[in-house]
Design a protein around this ligand. Structure first.
Ligand code: UDP
Ligand code: MG
Length: 344
């Protein structure tokens, strides 16, 4: 056995034993927190979250996924204070992106309800008890809808609104507008999402895909507590493209319709030219109209090929069947109920 194989084997065994040892049946709620270079907020976030969880009588676990941070995030996570919740710390081997980090979280979650929340305090942890109350009434998905997006630019708000509208127009399943990743999912929804084999994961779409009973709760999104957003417009545009191409083939259909329309117009125009040639004699061809037609058709064709390429690219990625993420380390810190003095 090679050294690499042996060490990974040993660490797997170690993880397994840890999980077996710590695994409790009283984990009812799993809070999933993806983090990428969030050293500036992690302590503050943990304090606010544990304050909320300690006041609840629900047995919970907090799953922190360090998405390959290069700052102090991982070290700080290991030093976090104990509370009434079990803490699961997962470190991915590199930055796989928020979608992959969330997938890692929902796969590790053991709770009957799972809540995804950002670590920058834009999603207030104080809303968790309300979400759990609604879940207890029998809902499977609680979507947290943003009423106000404090601290976000006009351009970001408008582009987000346009994107959600477009996505909903194109996609076959309704994807709620203005709902980010902050939401509660019931165990059966999580199981269905975990069972999906696809590798390109647009989570906001996947969360809506299983259906079941859903409810929306409105909230005002706060500005980021500290640190900087990890998304620039180019990345957001990429995510938007991924969202549309993962959930709809309407753009392909649109390209077909575009082609059909252009071909019909071309036939009509050809008839006009033939008619004119027969009745009026052959007129010298116009340079401008030829140029415009060639450029326009060239542009449309390139666009359609590019679109096709997007879908072929998705197929290419899917056929490789690579794992969504790799875990470098995983720890479980047991709940420390005595310290907090909260009866459970
Ligand atoms: N995040 C992550 N991996 C990434 C980018 C972001 O885990 O590659 C996490 C980040 O640490 C935060 C959440 O995803 O907890 C939301 O990121 P951010 O606040 O930068 O996005 P925004 O709120 O600006 O859309
Ligand atoms: Mg944020």
């Amino acid at each position: 056995m090679s050294l690499y194989a042996m060490s990974s084997y040993q660490s797997k065994e170690y993880d397994y034993q840890l999980i077996k040892q710590q695994s409790k049946t009283d984990v009812e709620l799993s809070i999933i927190v993806p983090l990428f270079n969030e050293a500036a907020v992690v302590d503050q976030f943990h304090r606010r979250l544990t304050c909320v969880l300690d006041a609840m009588s629900t047995g919970s676990e907090i799953i922190y996924i360090d998405d390959g941070s290069s700052d102090e995030t991982w070290r700080k996570l290991q030093l976090l204070s104990q509370n009434t919740s079990e803490q699961v710390l997962i470190r991915l081997s590199r930055n796989f992106g928020k979608e992959a980090a969330m997938s890692a979280g929902i796969e590790a979650a053991r709770g009957s309800a799972v809540i995804l929340i950002d670590s920058d305090l834009q999603d207030p942890p104080e809303l968790i008890p309300d979400m759990v109350d609604i879940w207890r009434k029998g809902y499977d998905i609680i979507n947290m809808r943003r009423r106000e997006r404090h601290g976000e630019s006009w351009l970001k708000k408008t582009s987000a609104a346009v994107f959600y509208r477009l996505l909903n127009r194109l996609s076959d399943i309704p994807i709620p507008e203005n709902v980010g990743d902050f939401r509660l999912l019931s165990r059966r929804v999580v199981d269905h999402i975990n069972a999906l084999p696809e590798k390109t994961r647009y989570m906001k779409g996947l969360f809506s895909w299983p259906g079941f009973r859903q409810k929306a709760l409105f909230f005002d999104r706060d500005p980021r507590a500290a640190g900087e957003t990890k998304w620039n417009y180019l990345k957001l545009l990429g995510l938007a493209f991924e969202g549309i191409t993962s959930f709809s083939i309407q753009p392909l259909r649109l390209a077909s319709w575009g082609g059909f329309l252009t071909a019909t117009l071309a036939v009509l125009y050809a008839l006009v030219i033939v008619f004119k040639a027969l009745t009026l004699g052959i007129a010298p061809p116009g340079y401008a109209s030829l140029m415009v037609a060639t450029l326009f058709l060239g542009g449309v064709q390139l666009l359609a090929i590019g679109l096709l390429g997007e879908y072929v690219g998705r197929i290419f990625i899917e056929t490789k069947q690579r794992p969504l993420y790799l875990v470098m380390k995983k720890f479980i810190k047991p709940a420390n109920r005595r310290l907090t003095g909260v009866a459970s």
